[in-house]
Design a protein around this ligand. Structure first.
Ligand SMILES: Nc1ncnc2c1ncn2[C@@H]1O[C@H](COP(=O)(O)OP(=O)(O)OP(=O)(O)O)[C@@H](O)[C@H]1O
Length: 344
């Protein structure tokens, strides 16, 4: 079990003094995957760096399997650090070393034998699915493959804890999914505890067992993903709710949008998603007014049964009929906002 007890950290002195972490306490059970979310500057990276003592807390304790590692120095601290793996947003691989040698590095530093290192690296290459890349260099790999190397390297000394600092933030959605699946497989197979710092809801929803939110250096709440995400008033949910400012007009439309209808134009309409996540009126608008609704942008999140967010749609048709359709939707109290008119 991993426990943080009343951990605080300040940077700077005098007027520049900044309380980055304030009295943080939580527990992580063996095999748990905890996601920590929070706004930029909330203290997420400081927290994760305090867990492996890359930053030394001013106060409080980091207790790993009943050992208070904050009190350790020298070799004893190094021994404990070896049991904590870490992966980063930008992978942090050594460009002059092959993939094999990148993964081998922590074991070389730990003084393992060549045979031991070879066997372990081969096993890890298989585990993360890049056995064919052993002799390549990082520059020849995709982002997802680089993160697989970083994961293998983080596992080299059989850690009991894996720290992930925005590990999928630089990856596209499909690669993110495959890396999250890999982390989940590692968690299940090796029973390794994982602490993830993220700003991506997808990460929390797809692999975390529990989630906590950090705000201005304070840990607000920790709970299971299920209980937190089904409560739409929960601060964790609120932190992820798309706001109106999150949906912007596509640039080509923003440049040409006009306040009045133009011949051969279409109305640009912002739609607030209803909470049940279903828009039922598109077919009505088509059949009653011969207006075609085309969704061109969305910022939507789902939490349990709640769906929330915004869409941008083009209403295409004759001016009068578009106006009638908008009037009809306003009468029905559908949450829409006319942004202007675009040329087709
Ligand atoms: N080495 C440092 N020296 C001084 N201030 C620091 C240092 N590292 C972080 N800070 C400050 O501490 C606060 C927390 O920073 P931290 O990097 O932990 O936030 P974060 O939640 O990880 O942010 P982001 O999501 O933008 O990476 C910020 O105000 C930051 O400017």
């Amino acid at each position: 079990m991993i426990e943080l007890k009343n951990v605080s950290k300040t940077y700077g002195k005098g007027q520049l003094r900044l309380q980055a972490l304030s009295d943080i306490s939580f527990q992580l059970q063996k095999g748990e995957i905890l996601g920590i979310i929070g706004r930029s500057g909330a203290g997420k990276s400081t927290l994760i760096r305090c867990v492996n003592l890359l930053e030394i807390p001013d106060q409080g304790q980091v207790i790993i399997n009943n050992t208070d590692i904050t009190g350790l120095k020298g070799k004893k601290l190094e021994e404990q650090r070896k049991k904590i793996g870490m992966i980063f947003q930008h992978f942090n691989l050594l460009t002059s070393r092959t993939i094999f040698d990148n993964i081998a590095l922590p074991m070389e530093l730990a003084g393992k034998s060549k045979k031991e290192i070879r066997e372990k690296v081969e096993e890890l290459l298989e585990l993360v699915g890049i056995a064919d890349k052993a002799r390549q260099y990082p520059a020849n790999l995709s982002g997802g493959q680089k993160q697989r190397v970083a994961i293998a390297r983080a596992l080299a000394n059989d850690p009991h804890l894996l720290l992930c600092d925005e590990a999928t933030s630089a990856l596209d959605p499909a690669t993110t999914k495959s890396i999250l699946e890999l982390l989940q497989r590692i968690n299940e197979r090796l029973k390794i505890t994982i602490l993830i710092i993220t700003h991506e809801m997808e990460v929390v929803k797809s692999i975390c067992h529990s989630v906590a939110i950090i705000d201005k250096g304070k840990l607000m709440v920790k709970g299971t993903v299920q209980e937190i995400l089904s409560d739409q008033n929960h601060p964790v949910v609120a932190a992820f709710l798309p706001e109106e400012k999150d949906i912007q007009l596509p640039t080509d439309i923003a440049k040409t949008i006009k306040a009045t209808y133009t011949e051969e134009g279409s109305a640009v309409v912002e739609i607030k998603m209803p909470e049940n996540g279903t828009i039922t009126w598109i077919a009505d608008v088509a059949s009653l007014f011969n207006v075609k609704v085309r969704i061109i942008k969305s910022a939507i999140e789902s939490f349990g049964t709640l769906t929330t967010g915004y869409l941008i749609a083009l209403f295409e048709g004759d001016n009068l009929q578009i106006e009638q359709a908008l009037h009809y939707l306003n009468e029905k109290k559908i949450n829409i906002k006319l942004k202007g008119y675009a040329s087709r």
